[in-house]
Design a binder for this molecule. Sequence first.
Ligand code: SF4
Length: 794
Amino acid sequence: MSGTVPFSQFVLKVHSRCDLACDHCYVYEHADTSWSRKARAASDAVLERTAGRIGEHARTHRLPAVHVVLHGGEPLLAGPDRLRRAAELLRAALPAGCALDLRIHTNGVLLSRRFLELFAEQDVKVGVSLDGDRLANDRHRLFPDGRSSHAKVLAALALLREPEFRHLYAGLLCTIDVANDPVAVYRALVAERPPRIDFLLPHATWDHPPLAPAGAGPTPYADWLLAIHRHWTGQGRPVPVRIFDSVHRTLRGRSSLTESLGLDPADLVVVETDGTLEQADSLKTAYDGAPATGFDVFAHSLDEVARHPGMRERQSGLAGLAAQCRACPVVRSCGGGLYAHRYRTGGGFDHPSVYCGDLLKLITTVRDRIAAAPAAVPAQQRQPLTERHLDELARGLGGPDAVAALGKAQLELSRRLVTAAGAAGNSAAWQLLTEVDRSASDALDAVLAHPYTRAWAVRLLGGDGRADLGGLAELAAAAAARGRVGFELLLPVRAGWLHLPTLGRLRVDGRAEAVLRGTADGLACDGHTVSWDRPGDHRWQPVRRVALPGWTLALEDTDPHRDSHQWTAADRLDDAELHAWTGALGEAWDLLGRDLPEYAAGLAAGLGTVTPLAPGPAGRDISAAARQAYGAVGIARPATGPVLALLLAHEFQHVKLGAVLDLHDLHDRADERLYHAPWRPDPRPLEGLLQGTYAHLAVAAYWASRVRALDGTRGGDGAAARLQLATWRAHTADAIGTLDGSGALTPLGRRFTAGMRTALAPALAVPVGAAAERAARAAAAENLAAWRAAAGRR
Ligand code: SF4
C-alpha cells in the first residue's frame, strides 16, 4: 500500500434514517440519493465484517489507535442493543495495544438515561448537533411535522452534563447559518458547557453556492465566524473551537484538527449500513453517487479502498490542489477547504473552495489578530513567572514568591474578564467599579482576586444562565464597601439575599431587586442598617474567616458562584459545623506544617478560600479545585484531620497547576488521546493525567514523611503508611513515565516532568519493606490489567 496513508478514522453508519427533517442535511437534502437504497440499520453481519476489517487494518499498519464514529441518519434509531453489539464487536476485533476511541454523533432527540448508561458502560463519547439558541436551531433542525427539537436536545444535554455522564460529553456540532446572530449562537452553545465546539460550513459547491442573506457582503461566513472569534479570544478562549484552533495551529505550521482545513492527507472512510465503503460523507453534496467507491466490507480490504483514485486524490496534499490554491498565500492553512466544496460540474474537484473568499478572509484576519495580540499585553503580564519560579513549580512545590506571582497573573486575568463582561454596558455598577479603582484600588483588587469573581465573569461571557449582569453590581458594591467608598446601587435579590462577594450577604425578603446604600459606617437597605461595628446582626451573614498561625482563610458559604467545584456546595454552616470545620482546619494545618512544610508555605500564600461541600455520596471523601476559581478548593468535611490535610495539599496542587496552564502550554492541547492513570479505572486526557500526577506528588511526599516519622513501627499506623507510600509513589512514577512517553509535552512540559521526577526521588528512596512493595505492585498490576481489559473493550 505504498504511497497511501492508512485509515485511522472510520464513520460507521448504524442507521440510515433520521427522526428529524433538517433542511440543511447533506444526507437527505443534497445531490446524493443513495440513502434511499440503503438498509435501514446495519445488520449483525455488516457490523461483524466491519469490525473485522478495521481490526485487520489496525494489525497490518500497527495502528496505536483507531477512531470510530457511530453515525447515521440518526444512530440512536439503531437502538441500544445494536449499538452495544457494534461497540463489543469493534473492541473484540482490535489487536492488543490498539486503543479504540469510540464516539457517536447524534441529534440528541432520543438521548436518554438508558442510552447514556450504555455509553458509560461501553465508553462511547457523545457529540450532539445543536445550531445555537432556539431561534437559530429552529431554522433548520425540526421534526418532519415542523415541531421544534430544541427543548429535547437541551434536556439531553442536561442529562449528559450530570456527573456520572459528564466524561462522555464530546462536544457540540453547529452548522452555520449566517442569518443567525453569531454571538448569540456562540453564547447559547457555550451555555451548554461543551468540552469542544465545532462550527461547520453548510455543504455547498460551485453548482450550488452557499446561501447568503440579501445585502450580505462578499464574505458573510468569514464575517460571521470572525465575530465569534473576537468574542472567543476576548474571553480567553474558554472552550476549544475546532475551526479556530485549526487556523491557529496551521498558521504555526502544525496539523489541522479538521478535514475542512489544512493539507493533511485524508485518512477517513465511511461504512454504510449495507457494508458498502464510501469516501467522506460531505461528497454527498456534489452529485449523486459521488462518495461511492464500488467496494464493500465483505469483498474488499481497507487497503484496497485506500488505493481508490478518489481516496488517493484526497491524500495528495498540495499537489492535488487547483493551480489557484497552489499559488495562494494561505494554502498551508486552508488546503483548498473541504474537498466536496471544490466541486463544479464539468471540472470536478479541480477548483478552489466555493468558500474561497471566506476562507481567505478568515485565515488572514486571524493571522493579523494573532500578530497584533502580543503587543497589546505588557511583557510582565506575559511572563509573570521567573525561571526560578518555574523550577520550583515544576518540582511540584512553589514557595510564597512563586505562588504570589501566580496570584498576580490571575488577578490580571480576572480584571480583563470583568472588564470584558462589564464594560460594554457602561452601567451605574461599572461607573462605581471604576471610581473604586481610582480611589481604593486595593479594595477592588481584593474583590477581583476573589476566586468566584472569575467564575462569575466566565459564566456571564459564556452565556451561562447562572450568571447575570447583576453580578457586576454585587462586585462593585463589595469593592466600594471594602474601600469605604459611599455608594447607592440597585442589586439583585437572590433567593432572599443581597450578596456582597468577599463580605457576606444581607437578608432582604420579598423583592427581586433592592437599593443598597453604603457609607463609611456600614450598609443600609430598606430602612435596615448593618454597621461594620456590629457584625452579629441577624440579617447580615458575613463570610467567616479562620485565622491559623501563618494561614488565614475564608470558609465560603455565601457566594452565589461557589458552586464551581463539580460537587454540590454546602448551605450556610450552622455554629456546630463551623466549629467542627475550624477545629479540623486547625488540626490539618498542624499536620501540613509537620509533614509537608515545603508545600504548606505555598499553600498559605495562595489558598485563601475553602468552600464546604455537601457530604459526598455514601460518605465518600470528596474535594475539587476549579480552573476558573483560583485560590479556592471545595471540600466536604472529612472525618479526620489527616484526611483533610491530604485533601488540602492535593487540591492546592491542582490550583497551582491550573494557574500555570493559564500562562504556559505544557502539552499539545490538540492531543486527543487518552492515557492510563494508575489511580483511576477510566482513561484520562493528557491534561487530566498531568493534573493527577502533580497532585499525587504531594500525596507521595506526605506518606514519605509519615513513614519516616513512624520508622520501625510495626503493624497499625506504620504498616498502613508504608503501604500508602509504596502505592502512591509507584502510581506517581508510573504516570510521570506515561507523560514523558506521550510525545505530546512541550519543552516546558518536559521540564515539569523532569522536576516531578526529581521531587519524587526522596519518596522513592524511603524503605517500606518487601510486604508493602509486594502489595503495591500487586495492586498496580491489578489496576493495569483492569484498565487493559477496559481498553480492550473500548
Ligand atoms: S483561500 Fe481559496 S485559493 Fe487559497 S487555498 Fe483556500 S480555497 Fe484555495
